[in-house]
Design a binder for this molecule. Structure first.
Ligand code: HEM
Ligand code: SF4
Ligand code: SF4
Ligand code: SF4
Length: 529
């Protein structure tokens, strides 16, 4: 420990907290030792609009004593996994169990039993070698890919800004670890829900990581590692205040920040006198030992695509309805005295006249009266493309795809990147929703819909369910939307169940010659269009 750090350590408060916004400005302007001590997080349990909290690590203060790591163990030890052994014999052969239960004391990396560790390194700076210590744990991203892409909604972003993994529903597929830019969550086999489902065939334990002491912060307390640090390395407070303070200190001292913009912004900001490029080069990296390199926003495209998926049905509907104005103009023109008789009696004029004179109720009509055969073929082709791509990309987003070697099949290596299949799913979902909006708009415009077979109605219902649950999944993935874990689980299960049901009925209908969606004629009693 350097003398200056020790002196600094003595004069600072034991718990650093940037309180309510009202006092934050004053507290921030004071020297460290004069800052107000606030033992609890205001607003955390008050039931008011939830505040997003962030933490600031001042790496200049950290001496690597490990008191925070110990405090984390003490506070969270009761939540560490107690696996049941022997572990299930996993299928396919070669699928490995991950077991840390006999190495609980490992503290030089992240494990299911060590959610925080100190990365220490001697960094070659222009001023000479310098010993640096970086406490590493989950950064609690503002738009976390681990939570957005968790198939079961077990990983989730709390309204406080913390990201947690619900141990009781996690199946241990480790997708969160794969999509986390720092590969933070760690797996322990032999524990969790998968043991009660299909232990040999799906799932492989539970993922563990720092949840910013969710149980303590839910009661308005301060995370154990912050409380325990003798050198007040960490500060916690409302995100805006923390960011303002981090920027101010960095500008004032000419220091460097990490986590501010990385992965689109996190709720853990590191402030360092040493550039992060040098730190990253010096620290040991590998499994359980995250890097400090710049990270692009993993969810940026998904958030944009979500906006596309949300507007696609409106765009399709709008495109169909735009024709109404043109039809009215056309009908008015055809009815005008002196209009050319052959044009007035031609197909467009008749169709428009039918639409304008049709009753307000929706008629059922023959498929050909609803869509031109060429348009009908195009609609069928788009639907088939959407169904195949959506089913395939949905399947490849599930961790079992990699486990069963599907991503290793020749030509399918690209499907191993969840972000690629996820983006494709969004693009084709937008196409399907756009098509749905257009067909609905057309039906309303014509005030008629083709008569569906029973099989057609069944599939339409399943697709509508998929679209509804899909839209909810898209919403859940947006940075500012948070669903309860149970609701998220049900939405996920419903989407998956509907997809499986649609695939099954489509196959049965195809093999039993009942693939037609529409009847060649409307049911008796309905007038043809
Ligand atoms: C034929 C239609 C569709 C099929 C067969 C299908 C299939 C699937 C499957 C199998 C999954 C992975 C299973 C799961 O994690 O629950 C999935 C995930 C997902 N689907 Fe669909 N889906 C369809 C339509 C849609 C639509 C219309 C949307 C959006 C409006 C949508 C949005 C999503 C989202 C957001 C996910 C989660 C991806 C993630 O966050 O990792 N899907 N889909
Ligand atoms: S953050 Fe504090 S408690 Fe943790 S290693 Fe650094 S000085 Fe010690
Ligand atoms: S650091 Fe990784 S595990 Fe933590 S919230 Fe971000 S993506 Fe998730
Ligand atoms: S916030 Fe809590 S769970 Fe996270 S590292 Fe600190 S003590 Fe551990």
């Amino acid at each position: 420990m350097s003398a200056s750090t020790a002196v600094r350590g003595k004069r600072i408060s034991r718990r650093r907290f940037l309180g309510g916004l009202g006092i934050a400005g004053t507290a921030l302007a004071l020297p460290a030792g004069a800052r107000a001590d606030v033992p609890a997080m205001p607003g955390a349990s008050s039931g008011k609009t939830p505040t997003v909290y962030a933490t600031l690590y001042d790496l200049d203060r950290c001496v690597g004593c490990g008191a925070c790591v110990e405090a984390c163990h003490e506070r969270n030890g009761a939540r560490y996994p107690e696996p049941i052994k022997p572990f299930p014999d996993l299928v396919p052969a070669g699928t490995k169990n991950e077991d840390w239960s006999d190495r609980r004391d490992v503290d030089d990396r992240l494990t299911p039993y060590n959610w925080l560790y100190i990365q220490s390194a001697t960094v070659d700076t222009p001023e000479g070698p310098r010993e640096m210590h970086v406490p590493r744990r989950c950064l609690h991203c503002a738009n976390p890919p681990c939570a957005n892409l968790c198939p079961w909604g077990s990983a989730r972003r709390e309204t406080s800004g913390a990201v947690s993994i619900e141990a009781s529903t996690c199946l241990g597929g480790a997708k969160c670890r794969t999509v986390c830019p720092w590969h933070i969550p760690q797996r322990q086999s032999g524990v969790g829900l998968y043991l009660d489902l299909m232990p040999r065939f799906a799932g492989n334990g539970v993922m563990y990581k720092c949840d910013r002491c969710a149980d303590i912060t839910a009661r308005g307390g301060i995370p154990a590692c912050i409380e325990a640090c003798p050198y007040d390395v960490q500060t916690i407070g409302p995100r805006d205040a923390i960011i303002a303070e981090a920027k101010r200190l960095a500008a004032e001292r000419g220091w460097h920040l990490y986590g501010l913009d990385d992965n689109g912004g996190t709720n853990t900001i590191y402030l360092s006198p040493v550039p992060f490029g040098l730190l990253d080069a010096a620290i040991p990296k590998g499994p359980g030992r995250p890097h400090l390199a710049p990270v692009a926003d993993a969810m940026r495209d998904e958030t944009r695509l979500a906006a596309v998926a949300a507007t696609a049905p409106l765009a399709g509907f709008g495109a169909a309805m735009l024709r109404v104005a043109a039809d009215i103009r056309e009908a008015a023109h055809n009815d005008a005295p002196g209009a050319h008789s052959s044009h007035a009696m031609g197909k467009p004029g008749r169709a428009a006249a039918h639409r304008l004179s049709a009753p307000t109720a929706i008629d059922t009509i023959t498929p050909h009266a609803f869509l031109h055969p060429a348009t009908s073929r195009a609609v069928r082709a788009i639907w088939l493309a959407c169904a195949i791509v959506l089913g395939f990309t949905g399947l490849m987003q599930m961790p079992i795809a990699a486990r069963y070697g599907m991503t290793a099949l020749p030509g399918l290596a690209w499907t191993g990147d969840f972000h690629v299949t996820h983006r494709m799913h969004y693009v084709f979902a937008a196409l399907l929703l756009g098509l749905g909006g257009w067909l609905l708009g057309k039906a309303l415009r014509q005030r008629a819909f083709p008569a569906l077979t029973r099989e057609g109605w069944l599939r339409l219902g399943l697709v509508a369910g998929l679209a509804g649950t899909g839209v909810l999944r898209v919403l859940k993935n947006l940075p500012d939307v948070s669903f309860s874990p149970l609701l998220t689980l049900w939405i996920d299960l419903a989407h998956l169940g509907l997809a499986v049901a649609l695939g099954a009925v489509a196959l049965v209908f195809a093999f039993t010659g009942r693939a037609a969606w529409t009847r060649p004629r409307p049911p008796a009693g309905r007038p043809p269009a």
